[in-house]
Ligand binder design. Structure first.
Ligand SMILES: [Zn+2]
Length: 218
């Protein structure tokens, strides 16, 4: 007579499968997160490459935030968007270079506000960099990165604020070093990109280190 599985044997097999699955799933999730993180970092490497072309054309001057505050079209990143079709931008596809694949939100990246700003009347604040060579710590100073949206602002958040968090209001964006398990993706003034868990942006505007990083060289 053909031997049948007993209920106990069946349960043992199911239990073994369950244990194996529980061991494998976290590893799979981790691998997936790492893949997403690599994609996000790749986005910033591409953005950095684009900015390097800009620098080459403009004698190493910054791509700036230019114009009225709150006007999206003034931001350099908005100009970047013209490289994409409207469809790519509106669909929020994870392949979009301007969107963090972990968040899939068009407000997931931001540029450093102090990385070049020119007002409507053409004036440039001494607190803002105009030329990359003037930044004293280019490999430590954020140019752009994963950002943390404090509130659901109704525009692209390509701007974050390198000043004390205490003064950041509900509509502000800050660098997000928790965007991925390994940290947040950041692009630096020297145009290298990496992932960091520690906010290396100098946020205390009163500190000497901040002044040294952001003030122009004499
Ligand atoms: Zn990201």
């Amino acid at each position: 007579m053909k031997k049948q599985f007993t209920l106990i044997e069946l349960l043992v097999v199911i239990a073994i499968i369950a244990i194996l699955a529980s061991m494998l799933l976290p590893a799979l999730n981790q691998a997936r997160s790492r893949g997403i993180q690599a994609k996000c970092l790749g986005n910033f490497k591409q953005i950095g490459l684009g900015l390097s072309f800009y620098e080459d054309s403009y004698r190493y001057y910054c791509a700036v935030y230019c114009g009225s505050s709150g006007v999206d079209t003034s931001w350099w990143i908005w100009r970047f968007r013209t490289a994409f079709t409207a469809d790519q931008v509106s669909s929020k596809k994870s392949t979009n270079m301007l969107i963090c694949p972990a968040k899939k939100s068009e407000k997931s990246y931001a540029m450093n506000t102090n990385a070049g700003t020119i007002a409507d009347d053409g004036t440039v604040s001494a607190d803002y960099i105009r030329h990359y060579s003037l930044v004293r710590q280019p490999s430590k100073t954020y140019l752009a990165g994963d950002s943390n949206i404090q509130n659901d602002v109704s525009r692209w958040s390509w701007r974050f604020f390198p000043w004390p968090l205490a003064s950041v209001n509900a509509n502000s964006r800050v660098p997000d070093v928790t965007a991925h398990p390994g940290g947040g993706s950041m692009l630096y003034v020297d145009l290298h990109a990496d992932v960091t868990k520690v906010p290396r942006l100098l946020t205390d505007s009163a500190s000497e280190a901040y002044q040294a990083a952001w003030k122009f060289r004499k």
